[in-house]
Design a protein around this ligand. Structure first.
Ligand SMILES: Cc1cc2nc3c(=O)[nH]c(=O)nc-3n(C[C@H](O)[C@H](O)[C@H](O)COP(=O)(O)OP(=O)(O)OC[C@H]3O[C@@H](n4cnc5c(N)ncnc54)[C@H](O)[C@@H]3O)c2cc1C
Length: 405
């Protein structure tokens, strides 16, 4: 711990200081509640993109939320705006372009390096006098004792026991707390991997991102600089194994045949990091004094770049419900209050999960839809009035009217 609080009993303990847990902590920092975050990794030491090279696409709503949390000015310095998205099919008729200008928007969103985002959020939590941070500490047990939770944590040398009225599990897709609480989850294994690399080329991207459906898999190019991008290939495990086994020259040649020369000459492609793709949905999100949030509550396929954006909106909603319940004299740890939070974000959660699942299942390279209907679907985006607007809105995270934006 950073030595800011000596009392090891808290109102709220957030387990998992990842993107969502830390955002929630910042959203609660101005309340009078005593809040602690427990995180297994020391983000101060973790700056190496060799273990996680993802770029996170932030929606417009997320940018507004991060502004409200007081961290946007630092993040903004390193974001890459997306002004348009070009969606196409390799070797087929069918192209759609969604542009911010056409939709009357300032931008469609932006990308930021995940390490940078994690570091800014973790630093802000560390510097916030109202928050206690235990990092690196891993929670090993969580037990109900006399109406409170008692958590045991360790960093390998020191063991601690903390108490809290409300425990928020923001401990990621394989949430140990979810399991400890006996909450089951439905898991869909897409039998796919996302391979993420850095790509450089000779032409400027002009703030445009590209998605291309190819028989080999879905390829996405997301701006990470003037002539630099994060390249994501979502494909079967078999294709992924092949892709990782061939040398850079072969991969660049194959990219040239899939993309042509719209990006000019492709110059370099870093080794890919492999992220297995799953959809996970917890069957229940809360119990008395306990709630799941972020990837622990639901994990999405990254095709629509919505996992963190959704988690961030949920964090704001939870903070709002907790603070409101305090104001009206209700107990924020009460199962009925937590059920109100769950209800308030249910529609957003359902809509985004369905939208993402629809994209994955319908646009998979081996699906019947891909073979017969996909070109028509892309044309539909161009021709059906309002279709692109809806897609742009979903991407912006603007489907839900919220108080914080
Ligand atoms: C390839 C890829 C690309 C993506 N792109 C996007 C995108 O463009 N936009 C978007 O919105 N989303 C994207 N996502 C999804 C996004 O990364 C996740 O939704 C987000 O990181 C989830 O954050 P989280 O805080 O819920 O979980 P995590 O980031 O998994 O954080 C959980 C934290 O809990 C800690 N922890 C776990 N167990 C314990 C324990 N017992 N004790 C203490 N600490 C513990 C872990 O160390 C970790 O820091 C992408 C995902 C992938 C795989």
């Amino acid at each position: 711990m950073d030595g800011k609080m000596s009392d090891e009993s808290y109102d709220i303990i957030i387990v998992g200081g990842g993107l969502v847990g830390n955002s929630l902590a910042l959203a609660l920092a101005e309340s009078s509640l005593r809040v602690a975050v427990i995180e297994a990794i020391d983000y101060e030491q973790k700056t190496d993109s060799a273990d996680d090279n993802r770029a996170i696409g932030l929606s417009y709503t997320s940018q507004r939320i991060l502004q409200k949390l007081g961290v946007w000015s630092k993040i903004e310095a390193k974001v890459h705006p997306i002004d348009s998205v070009h969606i196409s099919l390799q070797g087929r008729f069918g192209v759609a372009t969604i542009s911010a200008a056409e939709q009357g928007l300032a931008s469609l969103g932006c990308n930021v390096d995940i390490h940078y985002l994690q570091k800014i959020l973790a630093d802000s939590v560390r510097l916030e006098a109202q928050l206690a941070l235990y990092a690196p500490y891993r929670v090993s047990t969580c037990q109900r004792v006399e109406g409170q939770w008692q958590l045991a944590l360790t960093n390998g040398f020191i063991e601690k026991k903390l108490k809290a009225r409300l425990v928020v599990a923001a401990d990621g897709s394989d949430s140990e707390l979810r399991r400890t609480m006996g909450i089951t989850a439905q898991v869909w294994d897409y039998q796919q991997s996302a391979l993420v690399s850095r790509l450089t080329f000779s032409k400027p991207l002009n703030n445009r991102s590209y998605e291309r459906f190819t028989p080999f898999g879905l390829m996405a190019i997301l701006p990470a600089g003037e002539s630099e991008a994060t390249f994501i290939l979502s494909t079967s495990h078999e294709n992924a194994a092949y892709w990782q086994s061939v040398d850079e020259k072969t991969r660049l040649q194959q990219l040239h045949s899939a993309w042509g020369y719209r990006l000019g000459r492709l110059q370099s492609l870093s080794p890919a990091i492999n992220y297995p793709l799953r959809r996970i949905e917890a069957h229940t999100l809360h119990q008395e004094g306990f709630v799941l949030i972020g990837n622990a509550a639901q994990t999405l396929h990254p095709v629509a770049a919505q996992g963190f954006n959704l988690g961030l909106r949920s964090a704001m909603m939870l903070a709002e419900v907790v603070q409101w319940s305090q104001k009206v004299g209700r107990d924020y740890a009460d199962a009925a209050v937590l059920a109100e939070y769950v209800d308030k974000q249910a529609q957003d959660r359902k809509q985004i999960a369905r939208f993402t699942h629809f994209l994955v299942s319908r646009f998979a390279a081996d699906s019947e839809f891909f073979n017969h209907w996909q070109p028509l679907a892309l044309c539909g985006l161009e021709w059906v009035p309002g279709a692109k607007f809806l897609l742009a809105r979903l991407g912006l995270g603007g489907a839900q009217k919220a108080l914080w934006v």
